[in-house]
Design a protein around this ligand. Structure first.
Ligand code: GNR
Ligand code: NI
Length: 167
């Protein structure tokens, strides 16, 4: 097991478009294991491979109360989306920043599991929000980029100040 370092916004590597996984092999299963450990330790409810500087379409999440529902999604695709919802989001790559984002309320996702088997999942609530947040990471998008330019420039200034204080 290994903890992986998480890239911090505005690291340009967070804007990398991740490539589809071609084979769900031992290397991918190890990546999923390490990402899960990194997510639980952070702690966070989701993590995309992009955030640990691996540019393959892999994400993990666990939105359960007791952290017992780890889910891995390899090559996730949104089949359809419906409705709109507004919620406060945070991101392990943008520490200490919480902002309201509008997302689809329900999504249906198809992905491969750890064995390389396809599955489909209809999600709403926090699971739907988290899936959209993580799939955005795989497409090189960070949630703060949905905000106004003014808000984003204020956030960048706050992050720059934080980075100076951090050792
Ligand atoms: O831990 C996380 N919490 C969270 C809260 C609201 C909406 C999305 C998230 S995902 C985030 C972990 C993370 O940065 N995943 O990419
Ligand atoms: Ni994030």
């Amino acid at each position: 097991m290994a903890l992986l370092p998480i890239l911090r916004y505005p690291d340009p590597r967070l804007h990398t478009q991740a490539k589809p996984v071609t084979a769900v092999d031992a290397g991918i299963r190890q990546l999923v294991t390490d990402m899960a450990e990194t997510m639980y330790t952070a702690p966070g409810i989701g993590l995309a491979a992009t955030q640990v500087d691996v540019h393959q379409r892999v994400l993990v999440l666990d939105v359960s109360e007791d952290k017992s529902q780890l889910k891995a999604f390899i090559n996730p695709e949104i089949l359809w989306r419906e409705g709109e919802c507004v919620g406060e989001e945070g991101c392990l790559s943008v520490p200490g920043i919480y902002e309201t984002v509008t997302r689809s309320e329900r999504v249906k996702v198809r992905a491969l599991d750890m064995e390389g088997e396809p599955f489909e999942l209809e999600a709403d609530g926090l699971l739907a929000i988290c899936l959209q947040h993580e799939i955005d990471h795989l497409d090189g998008k960070v949630f703060v980029e949905y905000l106004s330019r003014l808000k984003l420039s204020r956030i960048k200034a706050r992050l720059a100040k934080q980075a100076k204080i951090a050792v």
